[in-house]
Structure formats: C-alpha cells, structure tokens
Design a binder for this molecule. Structure first.
Ligand code: BJ8
Length: 422
C-alpha cells in the first residue's frame, strides 16, 4: 500500500527490485509454511511477523528512530544484545538467507565466498534490505576469514564497528574479549549519547535472558513424540528472534509453548509418532533460508532441533544476573559469550559433545550436518562431527549446499535415501 511504499522510498530502496523480492518471498512462504498440516495456532504470530517483516517492524523502527533511538545491525551471536539494549538502542540481525545482488556482491567479495556473506553484501549494494538501510551502526566481528575481510569492503558502504573475537579460549583470549566488550560499550555510548549504567545493563540482561528462557522452553518441548512443532516453524521462531522486539517476542513464544504443552498432553503433533526425527547441525540458516528444512520435512522426517547460531548455539547459555556492579556484569558477559562453540575457534571439541547430547535429549534418530558452500570452518568440522556421531552410534549425513535451487532434486534424493535407513 501507499504507506509501505513511502516507507521504502524514504529508505531509498530499489522499489521495483524490492517488489519482485517480496513477491518471490511470499510465494516461497506460501509453499513452505502455509501449506503445512496441523500447524499450531500460535504460528499466526510467525505468519504475521513474516508478512510484515519489511512493513510494520520497519515502521516501528523508523518511529523509534524519529524519537532519537539508534539501530545497530549485527551478523553474529558474539555481539552482546545486552549491551546494545542497555544503551537504549535496537539490535537487529542482518544475516541474509536469499540470493540477492550477487553480481554486485562479487565486486566486493571473491566469487568463492559463502552465500551468507554474499547475500548481506548483495542486499546492501542492490538496496533491498530495509534493516540494513535503517542501521546507524553495523557491528562486524573477526570470526571466519570470509566475514572479517568482507567487513573491510562493507565498511566503505555503512558505518562499521568491528569487534575482535579471539580464536582460542585461554585466559589471554578471555582478556581480549573482555577488552572488546568495553570497546563496544564505548562505541554504543558514543553512538547513542547514553551512558550504560549498571541498572540499565541489569535490566537489559533480564530481557535477553527471558528471551533465551522462552527459546529453551520451546527447544525442550521438542523432545516429545509426536513432535509438537515442525522444524520449519521452530527455525522461523529462531529467525524472528533476531528481528522482533525482544519483550513482545518472548511473550508470544511463551504463548506458543503453552499451546505446545497442551498439544503434548493430548498426544498430538505435526507428524505421527514414529516419524524419523532429525537433528540439524552446522551453519546458521538466516531468514528466508528454508530450503534444506523443507526438503527434509517433505521427505518423511521431522526436524527436532537446530544446532546452529539460529538455534541452540545462541540460546544455550544464560548471562549470570548476580553481579551488581558494571565490571562484574562485563565479566559475566565475557564468561557467557566465550562459551559459544563456533567452528571459528580452535580447538572446538565441546561442539561435538553438545551435538551428541542434543541428539540424545531430543530423541533424534540421526543428524544432518548443513555446511554452506565455501565455508571452511564448518566444512572441517563436518568431518569431525561425522566421526563423533559414528562413535555415538548416530546415523549421519553431511550436506554442503548454497542458496541456489539447482541442487534441490539431488539433495532430496540423498535426504530420502538417508531417512529410509533410519
Ligand atoms: S558464532 S557460526 S554467527 S561466526 S557460513 S560467514 S562461518 S564462511 S556464520 Fe557465524 Fe558467529 Fe560463528 Fe555463529 Fe563464515 Fe561459514 Fe559463511 Fe558463516
């Protein structure tokens, strides 16, 4: 409508290309989400947020900006939302899960870069993402080589702050990350003009922990058989957690969990009891990257967990709320974030234990590892995860793919063959 159009024009989006994107996205969503049988009633919230992801939420963000609030965009779960919220800023995830502006992106990053990176660069250069255009600051991080070098080029197009994330987890690495948190805090204070006080950080930590609590609750309920929610919907919940207002999101997800609990009590689910249950592990699946979950769930299996940053890796750990002074709180943040088992770390053996434990808790019959083409860290770990799953007696399939649809048929054949063995 006219209001949406004016909003997108004010952000200087490429209107015809953006229209085309929303049309494709709408069709894709209809096929993958709205076609599901026995969906939870609470999924209406997911449908609504997604249908308004470039509309109402952007309007809210713009309205907040008009009152002086700042918007911070991120690409990695190492950027502490607690600090961003404590500075009274809005944090949004900018990772993108669709092919867009690829040719333009390849003028800034090499062709053999993963699609996640190419996508966020492409969305910016093709003027397609209202979130990127709303950002007052974009925060990068030195995780994989692909991202850290991409930020050098990306920084010529957006105001950037790059956090140094260490590669190991010894005491010196912890000190480095602690110093980086202070540097990020200073950058936020400069950006917003607000001082991050102990009281503000305590309040923000409560908000972020409550969001984690709701997501953990949802994750635990998925251990029920029959599965009370599809993997697609659970992934969408995690994807939306990076965009929606955190307090509203938490309330909505808790409502969804209430409904799931009732469903479990009644012995109902999205697929019959005995349907093969799979755990997905690996690279994050940014919205609207639903290709593999859709292929899996249309091959006679149900996904019961996501071991990724758009999933368990982002929600597993709480930040300790006991410290009352700012230094103690920053220490607590350091401890919490340094537990993240990203493949960019060396060594990263705890991830193998986490995957095996998750598979057990969720009653998974097998594990599928998803690696994004050209992602070195997760490609290496796919081999290690395979050995660890063999030792744990869990059937395992490693898949490497990108955002293209060309391999969909071939992938479906492989997934179906795997599901048949379970
Ligand atoms: S904490 S997983 S969000 S870095 S897929 S861009 S790794 S080449 S996304 Fe990640 Fe933070 Fe780690 Fe999580 Fe590079 Fe691989 Fe691409 Fe990736």
């Amino acid at each position: 409508d006219a209001a949406h159009m004016a909003l997108w024009e004010s952000l200087d989006l490429d209107i015809p290309a953006h229209d085309a994107l929303l049309t494709v996205l709408g069709k894709f969503y209809g096929d993958i989400y709205l076609s599901q049988q026995g969906r939870l009633k609470g999924a209406e919230y997911l449908d609504f947020v997604l249908s308004e992801v470039h509309g109402l939420r952007i309007k809210e963000i713009q309205d907040a900006k008009a009152t002086g609030k700042k918007v911070v965009g991120t690409f990695c779960v190492f950027v502490p939302e607690e600090l961003t919220l404590a500075a009274d800023a809005i944090q949004v995830g900018l990772c993108a899960g669709a092919k867009a502006g690829t040719e333009k992106a390849e003028t800034l990053v090499p062709r053999n870069t993963c699609d996640l990176i190419k996508s966020f660069v492409g969305f910016k250069l093709a003027k397609l993402c209202p979130y990127t255009e709303s950002c007052d600051l974009v925060v990068g991080e030195t995780t994989c080589d692909g991202k850290k070098k991409a930020y050098e080029a990306f920084g010529e197009h957006v105001p950037m702050h790059v956090m140094e994330v260490p590669q190991c987890k010894g005491p010196r690495d912890r000190d480095l990350f602690r110093a980086e948190l202070t540097r990020y805090k200073d950058a936020l204070e400069k950006l917003t003009g607000n001082t991050i006080t102990a009281a503000a950080l305590a309040a923000a930590t409560k908000v972020v922990n409550a969001k984690r609590q709701a997501l953990q609750r949802l994750a635990r309920l998925r251990s029920a058989d029959p599965a009370p929610i599809s993997g697609r919907d659970a992934l969408l919940v995690n994807q939306i957690s990076f965009y929606d207002d955190p307090v509203r999101f938490t309330a909505k997800i808790n409502e969804l969990c209430d409904e799931m609990e009732a469903r479990i009590k009644a012995g109902q689910g999205v697929a019959p009891s005995g349907t093969p249950r799979l755990l997905l592990a690996g690279c994050p699946m940014a919205v609207p990257n639903w290709k593999l979950p859709y292929l899996i769930e249309s091959s006679g299996a149900v996904i019961v967990g996501e071991e990724s940053c758009i999933g368990e890796r982002n929600t597993r750990d709480f930040t300790d709320e006991t410290p009352t002074d700012l230094d103690g709180m920053l220490d607590a943040l350091t401890d919490r974030y340094m537990k993240i088992d990203c493949a960019c770390f060396t060594p990263n053996t705890e991830r193998l234990d986490h995957i095996a434990a998750m598979a057990k808790e969720l009653g998974a019959d097998g594990v599928i590892h998803y690696g994004l083409l050209f992602c070195q860290p997760y490609a290496h770990e796919a081999l290690k995860v395979g050995k660890a799953m063999e030792a744990a007696g869990l059937p395992y399939l490693a898949i490497e793919t990108d955002y293209g649809m060309e391999d969909a048929g071939q992938l479906k054949t492989r997934v179906e063959a795997f599901v048949e063995t379970l």
